[in-house]
Design a protein around this ligand. Structure first.
Ligand SMILES: Cc1cc2nc3c(=O)[nH]c(=O)nc-3n(C[C@H](O)[C@H](O)[C@H](O)COP(=O)(O)OP(=O)(O)OC[C@H]3O[C@@H](n4cnc5c(N)ncnc54)[C@H](O)[C@@H]3O)c2cc1C
Ligand code: FES
Length: 392
């Protein structure tokens, strides 16, 4: 993740600004010394927080204010204006705060208040008065959900052992970037990990990568792992996320067709792109379109094949879908809409209307399915998901 601050702009907030220059519900970007500071007003309350998102440095002043929260314009992380804490990922670290004083209808920003526990997303909550805590917690899946759950347990004062288990040896990492800047070649791989095993260790969270959980003995509260070992728990959180849907029929298992979910998948696509001149992307979903844009950024000729008439039409409607198409076409993407991929061989993809697209690289982005293997073993899966209550 980037630590580069935005260059401070706007007024010197330590020198004060008129109260009238900050309307209720408005934000204003300024600075205190070298720090970019965001001033925000909610009724009579005025907050001063860091103006730079701790995810990839998004300018929070250009985001959306929602009550006493600010949402980053880039990937929609949310921060509390009151505490600076992360209230919604993908950012994991809180933003700093500053003291604010009102004097003679002017606002002055004073001393900086650093977050108390930046690695856990914000201030630990008081522990007193908690319900009886489990003796140990095992979290299966170190994706965004599992990682945030481990952080939250510690932040909320849980002191027992936490094991974060993931079958992916690279986990945990910033999955959304795999189809964006990383795939486009604009983000180095050092930006991709969310946090090191050492950083987890410092907070008493044991990160175990490699073995997958393959079964659960619910009565004995024990997981079996793919390396033959087992793991006992008092409380278990299944946060196994999703796996990419495969193309229907024989095309689904053609080794040359790439699916994108993991860092290893993204590395494989980058390696194949370095040898390819043309790519066919099957699916005009968000991920398909991001892959198309990233491969265009790498200089490949890119064809997108999808059955709908406009990209993202089902989600955004025809008007915005048409706009999205135009933007991608302006960047050189060629669409084959209302079409499906028929056969895929070593060098080409043949569409259902007989069009043959020559391509060494084929990427399918045709949706995801919840990974229910473990939830099914635990007897909590139903249909294509897991029933939850209003607390989850
Ligand atoms: C390329 C790409 C781009 C995306 N871009 C965006 C975006 O811009 N904005 C957005 O909001 N969302 C985006 N998403 C979706 C977002 O990544 C997911 O919503 C998010 O990852 C879900 O988090 P999760 O923790 O529930 O699951 P996951 O991130 O899928 O994590 C689940 C983890 O569980 C592990 N696991 C599964 N089964 C087992 C097992 N049996 N034993 C051990 N470990 C197991 C997996 O290895 C995995 O690491 C994107 C997804 C992809 C793939
Ligand atoms: S830069 Fe703010 S959420 Fe990514």
């Amino acid at each position: 993740m980037s630590d580069q601050p935005n260059a401070p702009a706007g007024p010197d907030l330590a020198g004060g600004i008129p109260l009238t220059s900050l309307a209720d519900g408005a934000m204003l970007a300024g600075h205190v010394g070298d720090d970019a500071v965001l001033l925000a007003r909610v009724g009579e309350e005025i907050f001063a927080v860091g103006a730079t998102c701790t995810h990839y440095g998004g300018p929070l002043a250009e985001g959306i204010m929602d009550g006493a929260q600010v949402r980053c314009p880039w990937h929609h992380a949310c921060f509390s204006l009151r505490t600076g804490d992360v209230v919604r990922t993908p950012a994991l670290r809180p933003i700093p705060r500053w003291e604010v004083e009102r004097r003679d209808d002017r606002i002055f920003v004073g001393k900086k208040i650093e977050p108390r526990d930046p690695e856990l997303g914000g201030s630990p909550a008081p522990v007193a008065g908690r319900a009886k805590a489990p003796a140990s917690v095992v979290i299966v899946g170190a994706g965004a959900a599992g990682s945030a759950a481990a952080d939250t347990l510690r932040r909320e004062g849980y002191t027992g052992p936490i094991i974060l288990l993931d079958g992916d040896t690279d986990a945990p990492y910033d999955r959304p970037n795999l189809s964006k800047d990383y795939l486009a070649g604009n983000a180095p791989e050092e930006w991709i990990p969310l946090r090191s095993a050492d950083a987890y260790r410092e907070h008493g969270i044991e990160l175990r990568r490699g073995p997958r959980a393959t079964g659960i003995d619910v009565g004995a509260k024990r997981l079996t792992l793919s390396d033959g070992s087992s793991l006992s728990y008092d409380a278990l959180l299944i946060a196994t996320g999703a796996t990419p849907a495969r193309l229907p029929g024989p095309s689904g298992n053609v080794p040359r067709v790439h699916y994108l979910r993991t860092l290893a998948d993204s590395r494989r696509i980058i390696a194949a792109a370095s040898k390819a001149k043309t790519a066919v992307v099957i699916g005009a979903s968000v991920i398909g379109l991001e892959v198309a844009a990233s491969l265009r950024a790498r200089g490949l000729e890119v064809h997108v094949v999808a059955p709908e008439q406009r990209p993202l039409e089902r989600v955004l409607g025809p008007e915005l879908g048409g706009f999205v198409r135009k933007v991608h076409e302006e960047h050189g993407v060629v669409f084959h809409l209302g079409r499906t991929a028929g056969t895929i061989d070593d060098r080409s993809v043949t569409l259902d209307d007989g069009t043959v697209l020559g391509a060494y690289l084929v990427v399918a982005g045709v949706g995801v399915r919840a990974d229910l293997e473990l939830a099914t073993a635990a007897g909590v899966a139903e249909g294509r998901g897991v029933p939850v209550n209003e607390c989850l």
